[in-house]
Design a protein around this ligand. Structure first.
Ligand SMILES: [Zn+2]
Length: 125
């Protein structure tokens, strides 16, 4: 259920950004979310549909790119992918050392916002 407050904060950022460039509406929002965030993408879209009505982001689509969890081995520096179902047992595939520094997997970034700008507006009578 932690998706809701985070979706709300994404919403605030998106609206602020879109308004700062004079957007008429938001069509699409692209996110990068690390797998360790334990997000369920469908929930994000569901909450998005719940939050956005009445705003310029109403009807927009969320695109989520999931980022794999990777770590750098504390011994030999090899970068390897972490099996998120088995994090405690993740080891360096090169030397077997079991302590690594997390590199990716905890991202939560807005990487793109597609907007419809006011400039395309037809002039109202
Ligand atoms: Zn290693």
């Amino acid at each position: 259920m932690h998706e809701l407050p985070i979706t709300k904060s994404i919403f605030k950022s998106v609206i602020a950004k879109a308004e700062s460039v004079g957007a008429k509406s938001v069509r699409m929002v692209a996110l990068e979310i690390g797998v360790l965030r334990d997000f369920i993408p469908e929930f994000v879209q569901k909450y998005w549909n719940y939050i956005t009505p009445g705003s310029i982001a109403e009807g927009s689509v969320i695109q989520i790119k999931e980022i794999d969890a990777t770590a750098s081995c504390g011994k030999c520096g090899t970068i390897y992918r972490i099996d998120t179902k088995n994090i405690q047992d993740s080891k360096c595939p090169e030397c077997g050392y079991d302590y690594g520094t997390l590199i990716t997997g905890r991202e939560l970034k807005i990487v793109g916002i597609e907007i419809e700008s006011c400039k395309e507006d037809k002039v109202d009578k």
